[in-house]
Design a protein around this ligand. Structure first.
Ligand code: B16
Ligand code: MG
Length: 218
């Protein structure tokens, strides 16, 4: 197996749980449009781009709108969402993330972000983690959404590291597929029910040390 030289982290669901704020903002929009939006519906939006999320939401509400109207609504939803994320602090970083990233740094492993979010930099600033990344690829830098491998390939390219030397951390099924499509290994954060294609699935990064991490791939 090729040596591991870099880790690429998704943001929402891996480093922080911003899905809860997306949910509040999408639900408010759905209610305004006259239908309900459940937590189960919200699962369908994880890892999906903002515009695609709106399309799914409108499908649920059986509402058809013009592109212009959709752009307006997506902007409104984002304004609402940003009101929550500007209040985020480092306390919201998910278990084990800070310790594991410190170990990676000690071992000279490069670190990149591979997130669909256009708010990624703002979130990383809020939780005081922006400085740990050697490369940042977010929704402002890519054309194709996961499972297209573009986001992770760009991350590897910005780091100057070959895809087969990279490991992706992802909470969304489409993200694991994107890693596979990029020729990278992956760790699923969440449940094996939808992340079964990853090399390993764990609930979170709590207690994950470098030695255990490397052994996964031996
Ligand atoms: P924004 P990730 C994704 O983040 C979220 O999981 C997804 O629910 C959201 O729609 C997407 O970012 C776009 O976010 O509206 O902030 O651009 O999991 O790829 O880190
Ligand atoms: Mg995610």
């Amino acid at each position: 197996m090729s040596e591991i030289k870099a880790c690429i982290f998704d943001l929402d669901g891996v480093i922080v749980d911003t899905a809860k704020y997306h949910y509040i903002a999408w639900k408010a929009l759905a209610n305004k449009l006259g239908f309900d939006f459940t937590l189960e519906d919200n699962e369908r939006l994880k890892g999906v781009s903002r515009m695609r999320s709106l399309e799914i939401l409108l499908e649920i509400g059986k509402i058809e709108l013009s592109q212009k109207e959709m752009e307006k609504l997506a902007q409104k939803k984002n304004e609402q969402y940003v009101k929550y994320i500007v209040k985020m602090t480092a306390d919201e970083i998910l278990p084990g993330v800070v310790d594991f990233i410190s170990e990676l740094k000690e071992q000279n492993i490069k670190i990149a972000l591979g997130s669909a979010s256009k708010n990624a930099v703002l979130i990383l600033e809020q939780i005081n983690l922006l400085h740990v990344f050697d490369a940042l690829v977010d929704g402002t830098k890519v054309k194709s959404a996961k499972p297209n491998p573009e986001i992770f390939l760009k991350g590897a390219d910005e780091l100057g590291i070959s895809p087969d030397n990279c490991v992706v951390f992802e909470d969304a099924e489409a993200g694991i597929e994107a890693a596979i499509n990029a020729g990278m290994r992956s760790i699923g954060i969440g449940s094996p029910s939808n992340l079964g294609k990853a090399n390993k699935v764990m609930k979170d990064m709590k207690g994950l040390d470098f030695e255990t991490f490397i052994k996964i791939f031996n």
